[in-house]
Design a protein around this ligand. Sequence first.
Ligand SMILES: [Fe+2]
Ligand SMILES: [Fe+2]
Length: 186
Amino acid sequence: MPDAIVLLKNDHKTVEKLFKQYEGLGEKAYKSKRKVVDQIIAELSTHAAIEEQHFYPAVREAAEDIEDDVLEGLEEHHIVKWTLSELEDLAPDAERFDAKVKVLIESVRHHVEEEEGEMFPKVREALGRSTLKTIGDTMEKAKAISPKRPHPKAPDTPEKGNLIAGPTAAATDAAKAAVKKAVRRS
Ligand SMILES: [Fe+2]
Ligand SMILES: [Fe+2]
């Protein structure tokens, strides 16, 4: 069973690697830019979803003093998801593309710093090892059925039937991705 915090930190590392990759690309490497940004979109969409559906709610329930960190986290996710949804449809040679990715990277780095530097240490103390392992296990399983695309307008807390929203969105995402791939190929 993976520890929830270890799992989330590993996700952060994966995303940071992609950011570095993007930053190393040449100005006109449009194909690679598209590829890396698509990977960033998928990784961050899934990561945000498992935090919102499983990690943040457990944190809020277990420790009221971490509530403010969670609320701030949700707002930061919200902004990131909007930017991701814009990047999905923006051509990598568009005038605004690089700037948008740059701002995205800055916001995610800031968010990760707050999670790892402030929220996670408090959570580790409040929840303890075995609870963190249980949440980690749930999140690992949830990854497979979580959305691969950003849904900034979808509910970001697991209230009222939102438990089925995840898998449904994931299925729609898979279908849309297939269509997009086919369109790009033609
Ligand atoms: Fe987060
Ligand atoms: Fe995170």
